[in-house]
Design a protein around this ligand. Structure first.
Ligand SMILES: CC(C)(COP(=O)(O)OP(=O)(O)OC[C@H]1O[C@@H](n2cnc3c(N)ncnc32)[C@H](O)[C@@H]1OP(=O)(O)O)[C@@H](O)C(=O)NCCC(=O)NCCS
Length: 182
């Protein structure tokens, strides 16, 4: 911070008068951008061609709107995820549909969105969150954000085996469920 302020070259960090990144629940007018991001994410697949983000059509994304959190940068939507109820674990929310726009990856936007989401869920009184993924990048990100891979638990193992169904049998073991204590 001092180097940024007191030297001419700085450290490559931009200090702004107002916070330009913002995480909030989605608005109805965000649907087009959410759909675009979701479609874009379908290009990211496992070696067997399974999309890392479960395919959802516009209708499903619209129904998920009240449970969708979006990351915006200067009013441009650059990331989204869904945080939904888990009927079998009422104190826990399930994070899914996690996407950061292609041009915005590798700048800790994903971590920012997850961290802010966990904060919102904590504020709303939830005691835990969970996320299921086969993506190594997402796994590392979840670990950096305090998540641990669940290896036991009744609903955890049920959810995992449900989620594994859409993957090729040879890659099912790479699907993991991460838990975050809030
Ligand atoms: C997975 C995904 C959400 C991650 O989002 P992201 O914004 O790129 O994530 P981050 O920037 O926080 O971290 C990405 C990488 O950048 C690195 N990074 C971030 N900031 C950095 C910095 N200042 N210097 C060096 N490395 C940095 C992180 O260490 C991380 O490296 P890793 O992937 O090798 O572990 C994004 O890649 C994505 O949308 N992928 C397609 C869809 C998908 O797979 N979704 C997950 C399904 S659960």
């Amino acid at each position: 911070m001092l180097e940024e302020i007191l030297t001419r070259t700085g450290v490559g960090t931009m200090i702004e008068r107002q916070q330009s990144h913002h995480v909030d629940y989605a608005q109805p007018e965000d649907l087009d951008e959410i759909e675009r991001l979701h479609q874009e994410s379908q290009r990211y697949t496992t070696v067997y061609g399974t999309p890392l983000v479960k395919p959802l059509d516009r209708g499903a994304l619209e129904r998920l709107l009240p449970h969708t959190l979006v990351l915006s940068h200067r009013d441009i939507l650059i990331g989204k995820l869904h945080a939904t109820e888990l009927p079998e674990a009422p104190q826990t929310q399930l994070i899914s549909g996690f996407v950061i726009g292609e041009n915005h990856q590798d700048s800790q936007h994903g971590q920012l969105l997850v961290t802010e989401t966990l904060g919102r869920l904590r504020e709303r009184g939830y005691s835990a969150a969970a996320a299921i993924t086969a993506s190594d990048r997402a796994k590392r990100l979840f670990q950096r954000s305090g998540g641990t891979a669940a290896t036991r638990g009744v609903w955890q193992m049920q959810r995992l085996s449900q989620s594994r169904q859409r993957y090729h049998p040879a890659e099912r073991d790479s699907v993991e469920l991460y838990e975050f204590q809030l």
